[in-house]
Ligand binder design. Structure first.
Ligand code: SF4
Ligand code: SF4
Length: 65
C-alpha cells in the first residue's frame, strides 16, 4: 500500500481549474474530462499539496481504510 491516506475530490464542487495538477509530485491528479479532477488512488501518496492549493476547497484526505 502506497500510503495511509489519499486525496478525494468532491466532484460536484470542483471547477476544473487544473491548479491541483501543477502541484502534485506524483502526477496522480488530472482533469481528464474537463469537468472535474480525478485522482489515481494507487499513485497518490496523500501529501495534501493538491488540497492546500485548491481554490474551491473540494479536495479532502481520506483514510484508505
Ligand atoms: S484545484 Fe480543485 S477545483 Fe481546481 S481542478 Fe483541482 S480539485 Fe478541481
Ligand atoms: S495528495 Fe499529493 S500525491 Fe495525492 S493527488 Fe494530491 S498532490 Fe498528488
Amino acid at each position: 500500500m502506497a500510503s495511509k491516506r489519499y486525496a478525494k475530490v468532491y466532484e460536484e464542487i470542483c471547477v476544473a481549474c487544473g491548479t491541483c495538477i501543477k502541484v502534485c509530485p506524483k502526477f496522480a491528479i488530472n482533469v481528464p474530462n474537463g469537468c472535474f479532477a480525478v485522482v489515481e488512488k494507487e499513485i497518490c501518496i496523500g501529501c495534501g499539496k493538491c488540497k492546500k492549493v485548491c481554490p474551491a476547497e473540494c479536495i479532502g484526505l481520506e483514510d484508505r481504510g
